[in-house]
Write a protein that binds this ligand. Structure first.
Ligand code: 5GP
Length: 330
């Protein structure tokens, strides 16, 4: 495992509240004992699998534990330190700005607090470069999505380049991408980068086709895009023509039961095409993993040489949303 931990890595698909470690979870649980939340309710352990729907229930529990500025600061600084300790040199975190009436948390203070955490970690001298994507939860509809875009536009200008784009996530069985198209188009026109969860479940062919016309700058999962699993060649062609990188999360997809086993993960399909495929964790806390482990799993499952693993991590640099910079992993 030492090779993978030492390997300098880029993490591009990490949901903040899904990335909370056991240690941090214990701090949060002790702050709110009255909620009576057990750690077993916030993570899916080794060998366990849940439906995607059950995974979304886990996020509801975590959100109860993370509902003040203090909690968000704790979670964000801990998550950044943990990625740094795992050898991640460049990290894009994504999170859904949330308002909590009970604690006075607003969407704006939510974003400000994540930015504060990023700046604190920088001041600590951690060897990691962090950027932030604001997430649109598709369950919340068009109006909220528009508010999120406006917030992202505001912070893109005021955060010293830390807010770089938007993510579209949340339960893929709820809502339709066509309602979000104008909002996403606007974001793109403003210079915000777009990473969209696409075809995470099989029923999204039409939606993926529409959203690929934007086109997005990166795709999250894209599990059911290719014809072998009920997708289509025309979807694949759109991805290839626009050279849109895929963010691939092996353990998340296996534990969330959208992929039957590691060896059947669609990483194989896209990697064999030579298409930019970036290994990511998705939710390192919920799925009990880290980026080193995901690289190791990809290597052992698909028989990648150390040279190939090295190239895989290097190629991820071309897919980052941060400004062009002489980011050389060494
Ligand atoms: P947060 O945005 O609160 O920091 O992170 C948790 C949220 O990320 C979840 O409520 C959900 O909207 C989104 N999320 C995390 N993992 C996944 C995933 O595997 N698929 C989708 N579609 N959304 C996810």
């Amino acid at each position: 495992g030492a090779f993978y931990r030492k390997l300098p890595k880029v993490e591009l698909h990490a949901h903040l509240n899904g990335s909370v470690s056991v240690q941090t979870m214990e701090k949060l649980i002790s702050r709110k004992p009255h909620l009576n939340i057990k750690h077993s309710m916030t993570a899916i352990g080794k060998g366990q699998r849940r439906t995607l729907d059950e995974c979304f229930q886990v996020f509801k529990v975590i959100h109860q534990l993370v509902d003040t500025e203090e909690d968000i600061l704790t979670v964000a600084t801990d998550v950044i330190r943990e990625f740094a300790a795992d050898g991640v040199k460049y990290l894009e975190l994504r999170s859904t700005p949330r308002e909590e009436k009970n604690t006075g948390l607003t969407k704006k203070s939510y974003v400000e607090t994540v930015i504060k955490a990023i700046q604190q970690c920088k001041n600590e001298g951690l060897d990691i470069d962090v950027r932030f994507l604001l997430a649109i939860d598709r369950r919340n509809g068009t109006e909220v999505a528009m508010e999120t875009v406006e917030l992202a536009e505001e912070f893109m200008l005021s955060s010293d380049g830390l807010v770089v784009g938007l993510d579209l996530s949340g339960d893929p069985t709820v809502g339709h991408g066509k309602d979000l198209l104008p909002v996403l188009q606007r974001a793109k026109n403003c210079g915000l980068k777009l990473s969209l969860h696409l075809s995470e479940v099989p029923s999204q062919l039409e939606e993926s086709d529409l959203l690929l016309n934007l086109p997005p700058d990166r795709i999250g999962h894209g599990t059911f895009l290719h014809p072998e699993v009920g997708g289509s060649q025309s979807l694949v062609d759109k991805v290839l023509k626009n050279n849109i990188p895929l963010e691939l999360c092996l353990t998340s997809n296996v534990k969330g039961k959208t992929v039957p086993s590691y060896s059947k993960h669609h990483f194989k399909y896209w990697y064999q095409l030579g298409h930019p495929s970036v290994i990511c964790t998705d939710d390192k806390g919920v799925f009990c993993t880290d980026l080193s482990q995901e690289y190791q799993l990809a290597a052992t499952t698909f028989s990648l040489s150390r040279e190939a693993v090295w190239q895989l991590s290097q190629q991820a640099i071309d897919c980052i949303f941060g400004p062009e910079m002489p980011l050389v992993l060494q």
